[in-house]
Design a protein around this ligand. Sequence first.
Ligand code: ADP
Ligand code: MG
Length: 353
Amino acid sequence: MTIRVEGLVKHFGGHRVVDDVSFTVEDREFVALLGPSGGGKSTVLRLIAGLDFPDAGRVHVSGAEVTSSRVQERALGFVFQHYALFRHMTVRDNIAFGLEVRKTPPAEVDRRVEELLDLVQLQGFQARFPSQLSGGQRQRVALARALAPRPRVMLLDEPFGALDAKVRLELRRWLRRLQREQGMTCLFVTHDQEEAMELADRVVIINGGRVEQIGSPADVYDAPATPFVASFMGSSNVLVGVARDGRAALGSLDVPLAAEEREGADVRAFVRHHAVRILGRADARGSHGPPTATIRRVTRVGWLVRVDLELEDGQLLVAEISKDEAQPLALREGERVMVSLGEAAVFADDYVI
Ligand code: ADP
Ligand code: MG
């Protein structure tokens, strides 16, 4: 049960909203299609589902080409953000719907419904109507309904987007467990980086209709392939500078260059807040020590301390350190500290986004 898309292109009103998108979802793999709103994620999912058709490119499900097959022929399960349960039907009838339209024998429908109620932990709710359920329960019914005909692949489009944060977190973990237990192949659309990182084996990052990067959650976080990915995956400082002797010189700071860069080329470095190190208070006399920055603001956020810094050349930098690290430093606004940078993702400034 695999999905493979190749060179998908789709236009709407003269705009190329899906632009040469290719990726695969392996058997039993959980892949997240991640990107900002308007990036083309739902359109890609609809092309895979057969709810719409591409202008170019191909869709394969389990090795067979289905690019122009009808929805019913693809045998995929879908769950969308708005549960779209039948309001006038009970939980039982909603779950049974897909089986009854397929003329499944009644005894078998009953057995399967029982099994699914168990699976989505809604035993005892069969006679309720959607209006008598919480948002999280409705979304589990939607999932049971999608699973009823034993689809080969599940497509989920921001299925938890309308739920509150706590329920979203619970359902996320529950779905992940279910996917593993059932050996499902899942393609899950989300704009939420954390959701993607927690759920997915691999992440496909899509922006402006194009794939920016494909990799494990750790890959895309630790080694962003483009400036877009660097800024989208977690918050980063952006510092400008120039390539010099194999390093990126960023004002008084510097970091290694990963790729060969023309000497003197303008570069931009993305440095995560936790990769900024505060080495200690700056000695008033020291002019040969490590680079320094002036503390502009110190804010306690839970167990973290956020320190807003201004470098000697005026560039601003945010550091996040634990409160235990911060305590002995006795950080005060207006004082100077010595700083260094850990990991950074550096890109030439003429990089075309
Ligand atoms: P995402 O799911 O990443 O938010 P979508 O795939 O829904 O993005 O939309 C991508 C772009 O295509 C958006 O600019 C959207 O307005 C446009 N779009 C999507 N569907 C249609 C449609 N049926 N007709 C016209 N424009 C559409
Ligand atoms: Mg969408």
